[in-house]
Design a protein around this ligand. Structure first.
Ligand code: CA
Length: 405
């Protein structure tokens, strides 16, 4: 059986074919923001298409966030996806649907989700080891708990911003070990963390837990995520309670959210877990994601972190996050932690690329250790699609603007 082909101009065989179909919230010059789905270089305006078809769930597309759509749950979302595929592949639908396709150039993408709680993990063994070696060269690279549980912290959901938002260089306290006293001023070691974000579709009751097997039931989809990090502020503040102001000034997410169903062909085995984790964290079968990441600084690729190298799976992160009975709600967001591969050109942060600011890395004709004002970072993601080609996840971009003093 051959997969259905879309009639949308330029979409068949592209990275945004009918095996992708990410959702987002878009606005046009004369209408309120609402939910759309991307096909090729167009946004399909779902609200009028759903009204024409008298779709029972049509109201979820008239909203300014994806939360009501996500809250429908896995089964009803599978139905919505099937409906969209039939609209875009059935020639008989073309006359009705084509008027609701809007070129991407004519829309402004908005924040796609209303973020509930936000948690950031630390799931790459290469990243955690690199950071350990840079900051604690005389100790074991990994702390004793690292291979027994996915380490994480609670971040600030109110400052999760959509791709394209300018990032204001944060102000703060910093103190190098050699300084006598802390000083206050603009961050001097502004960094990125190339990560993947996961968003909760349907939540849990207080006291409930999401088992490894229920991951897909509760997870709506995936997005690109950049955890901007002020390393000098972080280094001085983080002991003993973890990241705080060094992280909370901004976290960027892609404006397109890729539903989990689009990643059916991307699942792959984890690199291997030793020691075997406790029973509630044990996975059976492919639990990792084969997603390729590219980090561009001012248009130059500076790194290609491979997500398949991540030690902990997203299902293990969700299981761990709820094992104590803490709820998750629609719109809760969790991030994977910096994705870093084994070799230097796969490192997902500038801290690692410059090995603790000591080895400047090339960016075209220039060199960097940390971000400078005016720098623009774009992170791109691709994965195997169910149609045999590769699909693109939404990209995450941000430009650094000077601190407001
Ligand atoms: Ca992070």
């Amino acid at each position: 059986m051959t997969a259905p082909t879309t009639w949308v101009t330029g979409a068949a065989g592209s990275a945004y074919d009918v095996d992708n179909l990410p959702y987002g919230v878009f606005a046009t010059a004369d209408e309120e923001p609402r939910v759309g789905v991307r096909i090729g270089d167009f946004v399909l305006d779902l609200a009028p298409a759903a009204a024409t078809d008298l779709l029972e769930v049509a109201h979820v597309f008239e909203q300014q966030s994806l939360n009501p759509l996500m809250a429908l749950g896995r089964e009803r979302n599978a139905g919505v996806r099937q409906w969209i595929v039939s609209l875009l592949t059935d020639e008989g639908e073309r006359a009705d649907v084509e008027p609701h396709l809007i070129p991407l150039a004519e829309v402004e993408m908005r924040m796609p989700i209303e973020v509930g709680d936000y948690v950031d993990f630390y799931a790459s063994e290469h990243h955690a080891s690199n950071v350990g070696k840079i900051f604690r060269p005389d100790q074991a690279a990994l702390l004793p708990n690292w291979k027994h549980l996915p380490v994480g912290y609670h971040g600030r959901s109110g400052t999760v911003v959509p791709s394209g938002t300018d990032i204001i260089r944060p102000m703060g306290q910093r103190k190098a070990p050699t300084d006598d006293a802390p000083t206050f001023g603009p961050c001097t070691r502004l960094d990125i963390e190339a990560e993947l974000g996961f968003v909760v579709g349907t939540g849990t009751e207080l006291g409930g837990r999401v088992s490894i097997d229920d991951f897909a039931e509760h997870t709506f989809g995936v997005m690109g995520l950049n955890d901007w990090s002020a390393r000098d502020i972080q280094a001085w503040e983080y002991v003993p309670l973890g990241p705080f102001l060094g992280k909370s000034f901004a976290t960027s997410i892609s404006t397109w959210v890729t539903p989990l169903a689009a990643l059916d062909a991307a699942w792959t085995d984890l690199p291997g877990q030793d020691p075997e984790p406790l029973p509630y964290l044990q996975v059976d079968g492919p639990a990792g994601l084969d997603i390729e990441i590219e980090v561009l600084l001012n248009g130059h690729v500076v790194s290609r972190p491979p997500y398949r190298t991540m030690y902990w799976s997203p299902a293990q992160m969700l299981a761990h996050m709820t094992v104590n009975g803490a709820t998750v709600r629609t719109g809760d967001l969790w991030a994977s932690g910096t994705v870093s591969g084994e070799v230097a050109e796969q490192r997902g942060s500038f801290l690692e690329l410059s090995w603790g600011w000591r080895e400047p890395f090339r960016v075209g004709d220039e060199e960097r250790v940390a971000l400078e004002d005016g720098d623009e970072v774009v992170i791109r993601y691709t994965a195997p699609g169910t149609g045999g080609g590769r699909i693109a996840l939404g990209e995450v971009s941000g430009r650094i603007v000077p601190a407001s003093e």
